[in-house]
Design a protein around this ligand. Structure first.
Ligand code: ADP
Length: 433
């Protein structure tokens, strides 16, 4: 259409000119020249009008193309933005890289893992592990969909166990995304597995010692000491002690596993702290008499109630008071001091006058089987599980345990528990009356 307009003008304009010149030179009758010129001019005007229309049409379609390009650009930018948002929302580190290994996307978890943004850097500079590098090369050399999984460790303040999963994308472009690397942190799972293995080893060790003592003594009683009543009495006494030791150990292990099994379920009972403290002290009477220790409860009458399971809270204070009696030293006093905090909690401190605990041991005391002095703990009938039980019970109760100690002065174990709401209301009613 545009071409025909152009030809039309090219044709009509010279025709109009020829008619006009011939008319002017007198070769044509003026009316013929005029008519020819006029027809030519009309032709020119007509063609110009059509050309203008065509140009306008073209400009409009150019504008429409520009508009749709702009729309497409906006759409693509929004898409890229939402991809970034989605990638950032993934808790595991995700890296997208090109065929030349240049990183073109790295989510927030990657920045947290590496401590910097690796965009535009070489993947092998960001993850320097040789096994990962070999897998990256493998994946880049393969076709779309090929995957590789590799476990590796990453040093730092704390060693991390990581799992890298690589997926080759089907894109073959040089500058586009070629592969994706997702990293899973296996540190917590690995630690749990190690802890489980350590725990089994510890339990076996704790049981093997008394068992081999018992077996050895039974053999002696059947052989060399067969007719020795003095030795028999002595060995039977030791066997009884070892039997009780195993019973305590199995009892503590069962308690621990029961507590851990329902650690996520918050207790709902309302418990009187004061009566629990008194019961715990009463249950330790014979132990404290043996040690000539006095347990002094400085509980005020209006100690608030707490939310908890009475039996478990009793176990917490029994374990702490028992330790204070055991490690407090003969003839000492164990003080039990409650404090009511304004933040809706009640704290109870158990203070002893023992040898205290060196600072480096304090953070590990609640680990299962952790003891400052193994021989001393065993000699006192300890299982090494008392404080682990306390910690798990308090976790379940959304409570806390803090330990302060000064070598040569004594230790303070403070338990914090949330106060029951009902007791606050009751206290208010009480005051109003
Ligand atoms: P155990 O059965 O050995 O007493 P616990 O878990 O109750 O086990 O305590 C772990 C370790 O913490 C004890 O072996 C002991 O070394 C230390 N400990 C606990 N309570 C006290 C305390 N009141 N004074 C000194 N050391 C303590």
């Amino acid at each position: 259409m545009r071409m025909s307009n152009r030809y039309f003008i090219q044709l009509a304009a010279p025709v109009a000119l020829v008619f006009a010149v011939l008319g002017w030179m007198g070769f044509l009758a003026p009316n013929v020249a005029f008519a020819g010129g006029a027809v030519g001019c009309i032709g020119v005007l007509f063609a110009a009008a059509r050309l203008k229309g065509a140009l306008l049409e073209r400009a409009e379609s150019d504008l429409a193309i520009e508009g749709s390009l702009r729309e497409e650009f906006v759409r693509q930018s929004r898409l890229a933005e939402s991809y970034e948002v989605i990638l950032d929302a993934i808790p595991d580190p995700v890296l997208v890289f090109r065929r030349d290994r240049r990183i073109i996307h790295a989510n927030r978890a990657v920045i947290e893992l590496l401590g910097y943004d690796p965009i535009d850097s070489d993947l092998t500079a960001a993850i320097r592990n040789p096994d990962v590098v070999a897998s990256v090369e493998d994946v880049l050399a393969g076709g779309g969909g090929i995957t590789r999984t590799v476990e590796f460790t990453r040093g730092g303040n704390v060693e991390q166990y990581l799992l890298a999963q690589l997926v080759r994308l089907s894109s073959t472009r040089d500058i586009g995304p070629a592969a994706v690397l997702v990293i899973h942190d296996l540190t917590a799972i690995r630690r749990t597995m190690e802890m489980r293995a350590d725990f089994v080893a510890n339990v076996s060790h704790e049981l093997r010692t008394p068992l081999s003592t018992i077996v050895g003594m039974v053999e002696t009683l059947q052989g060399a000491a067969k007719d020795d009543p003095e030795a028999r009495d002595k060995f039977l006494k030791i066997m009884e002690e070892q039997g009780y030791r195993m019973t305590r150990l199995v009892g503590d292990l069962l308690s621990l596993s029961r507590i851990q099994a329902n650690e996520h379920a918050r207790p709902t009972e309302i418990v009187q702290v004061r009566s629990i403290l008194e019961t715990a002290a009463r249950m330790l009477e014979s132990e404290s008499q043996k040690n000539q220790t006095t347990i002094s409860i400085e509980a005020s009458e209006d100690l608030p109630e707490v939310v908890g399971e009475a039996e478990q809270i009793l176990q917490v204070f029994q374990n702490l008071m028992h330790n204070a009696v055991k490690y407090g030293g003969e003839g000492s006093t164990v003080r039990v001091v409650p404090h009511i905090a304004t933040s809706g909690t009640v704290s109870v401190s158990v203070l002893d006058q023992g040898d205290g605990i060196p600072a480096e041991h304090i953070p590990r005391l609640t680990e299962r089987f952790y003891r400052v002095d193994k021989a001393r703990s065993r000699a006192m009938g300890g299982t090494g599980l008392g404080l682990a039980i306390v910690k798990h019970i308090l976790n379940r109760h959304r409570g806390g345990l803090s330990i302060e100690s000064e070598v040569g002065v004594g230790s303070t174990f403070t338990v914090t528990l949330p106060v029951a709401r009902r007791s606050k209301k009751r206290a208010r009613i009480h005051r109003a009356m």
